[in-house]
Write a protein that binds this ligand. Structure first.
Ligand code: SME
Length: 163
């Protein structure tokens, strides 16, 4: 249990508070910051938006930027999660041939699809620095967060693209 049930409710309430105050990309950036701040095993948190056959990095928080700001859906753990429309947990990225490397210290990854009107519109991507950093409690928690982000992702798509 890396995110105990009792820790989930207050964080989910805080995510609701962020989403009532901010919209679109600003909301996604704040949620990334808040998740990273809340859990030490979430050192890099990003949100990708599905745009045609590509994933576009809309918001992130972490020590460094990733070079993977656009990922074709046929590539990476990120692509796998949207293609298969399910959460993907990789215990050790060094033994996953699909993994696209971003940071030297990354050992584990979790990618959780975000839906809007039943359709996958993007995903939450978290890189962890230890093997088996993520378990079923992270999956449950992040699927609850993802269920709140559909509107913000769709609004973000309507905003001017970043950079
Ligand atoms: N590792 C991901 C690429 C994105 S970075 O983790 C930020 C993947 O394999 O799709």
């Amino acid at each position: 249990m890396t995110v105990p049930d009792r820790a989930q409710a207050p964080v989910l309430l805080q995510v609701d508070a962020i989403l009532s105050r901010l919209t679109g990309r600003a909301a996604l950036e704040e949620v990334c910051r808040f998740l990273r701040l809340s859990f030490a095993h979430y050192p890099w948190v990003g949100v990708y938006r599905l745009h045609g056959a590509e994933l576009v990095l809309d918001a992130w928080d972490g020590p460094r930027a990733t070079e993977h700001v656009r990922i074709p859906v046929e590539r990476g753990i990120c692509g796998q999660a949207v293609r298969e429309e399910r959460t993907v947990i990789v215990d050790d990225v060094r033994s996953d041939p699909n993994y696209l490397a971003c940071f030297i210290e990354t050992r584990a990854e979790i990618v959780v699809p975000v839906r809007h009107g039943g359709r996958v519109v993007g995903e939450i991507d978290i890189d962890g620095n230890s093997v088996r950093a993520f378990d079923a409690s992270d999956r449950r928690f992040l699927e609850s967060v993802a269920a709140k982000l559909g509107d913000a992702l769709v609004r973000s798509a309507a905003e001017t693209p970043p950079g």
